[in-house]
Design a protein. Structure first.
Length: 105
């Protein structure tokens, strides 16, 4: 699982696209609320939680001009050292809030 998540780094496959913190957060929500078995249904609030996370993230990263890695880093890879850990922590905390709010943790 950890190795798999590495593909989200630096904007989905290192392409500068959607921030890996956001896509990783969606994966975390899916781990707890998504469909896991062929005969299993996703939690009824799964898609709402994912949408809420995405909208929150867009607002959270608005100061950078967007939610892509390219926008967040603003052409300077050194911004990765300061911004990425903060974003990852904020997304994790938001996911925990969303999951706790639906009593999934």
């Amino acid at each position: 699982l950890i190795r798999t998540m590495g593909g989200l780094s630096e904007g989905v496959g290192f392409a500068g696209d959607t921030c890996g913190a956001l896509t990783g957060g969606c994966c975390l929500l899916s781990y707890f609320a998504g469909k896991g078995e062929p005969d299993e249904l996703e939690h009824p609030e799964f898609r709402a939680m994912t949408s809420e996370l995405i909208e929150w993230f867009k607002g959270y990263t608005a100061e950078y001009g967007g939610h892509t890695c390219e926008r967040i880093l603003q052409g300077d890879r050194r911004n990765r050292i300061q911004r990425c850990p903060v974003l990852i922590q904020a997304v994790f905390e938001k996911c925990i809030e969303l999951l706790n709010g639906r009593e999934l943790l």
